[in-house]
Design a protein around this ligand. Sequence first.
Ligand code: PHB
Length: 389
Amino acid sequence: MAAGVSAAAGLTFPAVLRAQVKPLKIGLLLPYSKVYAVLGESITNGMRAVFEAEGNRVAGRPVELLREDEESPPVALRKLRKFLTSDHVDFVVGPVSSAVAAAIRDPIHQARVILLNANAGDNALTRERCSSYIFRTSFSNWQTSYGLGAWVKQRVGGTAYLTGPDYAAGYQIVGAFKESFVAAGGTVVGESYVKLGSTDYAAILAQIGAATPALSFSFFAGSDAVHFVKQFAEFGLKGKVRLAGAGFLVSDDVLESQGEAAVGAITTLHYTRTLQNPQNLEFRKRYQALTGRPPDVYAVQGHDTARVILEALRQTGGDTADPDRLSRVIRGIQFDSPRGRFRFDPATHNVINDMYVMEVRRGEEGLANYVLSVVKDLKDPGHCPNIAA
Ligand code: PHB
């Protein structure tokens, strides 16, 4: 009898309420091993900090984070398929690598599942390969370095050696720097790319030493950044050639390991833990309590990705069934983030960032990136042909 009553009650339960008690499944496709492992952990922890403050429920739905190590494009594709066909996730979050992002774009678009790209900067994903179902909460590769070229040409010098890892992110980030540096009258004296995950940079450093340009511009991240910056100092280049780069080179995740070797580096990025806005002061406390570490740029990207999910579900009353409705809602989401004002460019679904030009110093917050100037409201210049208006 009791069973009959509850079955009858179940039948009359309004659909929206039934939707609300279904767990909210978020498939994290992020690196948890190798060169970018810390980046994946930071993104995950940044998300956890937001959801834990909400009691791990969003619009009444308990949050489930499913983790898969993105590894490589073919492995990531297989894991994505599992998220879509067996876990039936509500959102996919990730990846970190531009190479993986390029590989998963078409299956995401065809499955009409929302991808919140919490790191990979591949320019094409919000340009010619954009999708109604893809939003980027991090940066485009172009955004991370374009603002620095003219700045260093005017204040540091007119010659540069360029380096990065031998894959799309390396070419795109170095390419955007080169575009603005050369347009401002700078000269590139050499350019080298090395295998992702290299531990020995001696060959490149010898070339930089031989050319002795005013500055060396690099994109390296994770353990690559630690090795490159330490070896740059060990090679005796510090003090002769100014170290510059996209801010991942000396960001808060790697700076402590680099120590003195990083002092003086000039970079651009959309976050440093030294930002003094109220959202960052609060996030620093919460992240430190959760992980025992200060946040880094990847943690903030995770934080903002979780905020987007939270705001979207508040607006749909917890309903994630219609991807086109979700896409329209997400496009308009704005909030104050630890990085500054967070908003998407509705034409491309790429985040618009204030980019901070920074120098590594020992200051009031210890060894950290301190802001020298800000490139406001930097929007990726790409065009997206197929996002429904
Ligand atoms: C990328 O592959 O797009 C990428 C990876 C790590 C970063 C930034 C960009 O820190």
